[in-house]
Write a protein that binds this ligand. Structure first.
Ligand code: PLP
Length: 396
């Protein structure tokens, strides 16, 4: 008799939801080798193309050559609260705080560590967390770890959020609204102005995850809160290094009091080895570089808008406003089969995103447009997807 794991894996296969690891080789400027084919990578979060900029990498390594080994090592060798702390990390925190005009900044090892480490530490029994239903899994896991009550409001439904605040605010000591700024699967944005109105009206805190906003939006690439000139209204702003900053790690902009509280209580900060010095160095380098990449940010927006328009013209359902462009397919197996076709015949690395990552019946391609792409690289895509869609219709 097969084990329960084998049975569950088999069920996933039957539903077209089995996931597997496939090694990807980088070939520079958006091109990867995937299952033996060279393809344009439309599934990468390296939105500014910084991770594939070989000149930039060379400059970084040249700078590293000039510094002593203590700042280019591959391990912090212990938690930051033991001997894994370095001046480098403090410099990076100061530089981020300076850019965001934030009283304080604390680094985490990843966005996942940040979201599962901050929410349960700051919000406890007697508090309420109100979270957008489409928030990332790391936020959801942070809610589960917290002893605070939590409720999830329908995606972007601020009327429901208003009703929840009106009904429940008085019953709780602290209430926090948690939202992403750019939603990673729909490519749409939170209405920050409305969230801030609600924050003030009900005297609650606002926690904003800018994982997909940092590098891409705002005059200095600080994210949507910078673009909308509301940085000072965000109580906890989480940014990550794993996407447009082409690295690993995360940070939270907060008050000095919250910084100190997290250092003393946040388990995912305390009980893990600090980021490697070489990574912290790269994060400093790349953060400074990103601040002035306005030309790339503009190009990225133009390219994404052009692609969205081309999809709409071809009658292909899409959503959102950002450089994350979803193409809605619906059925899991169809999404899987069409993604495979685009890889095998189209020259595009498009991966299907299926439940539970997205709601049931909304399997999709999540296309990440990056600043090192050109329109000529993308223009065939709407035609190919439209041809597959009409083929699928005529087969019905
Ligand atoms: C909105 C959001 N927050 C947090 C994370 C996790 O960040 P990291 O990859 O640095 O763990 C992600 C990653 O996909 C994300 O999309």
């Amino acid at each position: 008799m097969s084990s329960r794991y084998a049975k569950k894996l088999h069920d996933l296969e039957l539903k077209g939801r089995f996931r597997e690891l496939v090694p990807v080789e980088q070939y520079g400027a958006g091109i990867v080798k995937y299952k033996g084919r060279k393809l344009l990578n439309l599934s990468s979060n390296d939105y500014l193309g910084l991770g594939q900029d070989s000149e930039l990498l060379q400059r970084f390594y040249q700078e590293l050559d000039r510094v002593e080994s203590g700042v280019s090592g591959f391990s912090a060798a212990s938690s930051r609260l033991l001997t894994g702390d370095s001046l480098l990390s403090h410099h990076l925190e100061d530089e981020i705080a300076n850019a965001y005009k934030s009283e304080s900044v604390l680094l985490f090892n990843s966005g996942y560590h940040a979201n599962i480490g901050i929410l349960p530490t700051l919000f406890a029994k007697g508090d309420l967390i109100l979270s957008d239903k489409l928030n990332h899994a790391s936020i959801h896991d942070g809610l589960q770890l917290s002893r605070a009550d939590h409720k999830r409001f329908r995606h972007g439904d601020y009327e429901q959020l208003y009703d929840l605040l009106k009904k429940h605010r008085k019953n709780y000591d602290q209430v926090v609204i948690v939202s992403e700024s750019v939603f990673s699967m729909d490519g749409d944005e939170a209405d920050l102005a409305r969230l801030i109105e609600l924050k003030h009206e009900f005297d609650v805190k606002l926690y904003l995850d800018e994982a997909h906003g940092v590098g891409v939006y705002g005059q200095n690439g600080l994210g949507k809160a910078e673009e909308k000139a509301v940085l000072q209204d965000i109580d906890f702003l989480v940014g990550t290094f794993g996407k447009a900053l082409a690295s690993i790690g995360a940070f939270v902009c907060c008050s000095k009091e919250i910084h100190d509280y997290l250092v003393n209580h946040s388990r995912s900060f305390i009980f893990t080895t600090g980021l490697p010095p070489v990574t912290v160095n790269w994060n400093r380098f790349v953060f400074q570089h990103m601040l002035s990449m306005n030309r790339e940010r503009l190009h990225l927006q133009q390219l994404s808008t052009q692609l969205r328009h081309a999809f709409t013209e071809k009658g292909i359902a899409t959503r959102g406003t950002t450089n994350i462009v979803p193409v809605l397919i619906g059925d899991d197996s169809l999404a899987l089969a069409q993604a495979k076709k685009l890889q095998e015949r189209g020259g595009y690395l498009v991966l299907p995103v299926r439940p539970p990552t997205v709601p049931e019946g909304t399997a999709r391609f999540r296309l990440s447009i990056c600043a090192n792409m050109q329109w000529k690289d993308l223009q065939e895509l709407p035609l190919q997807i439209a041809a597959m869609a009409s083929g699928a219709k005529s087969e019905k």
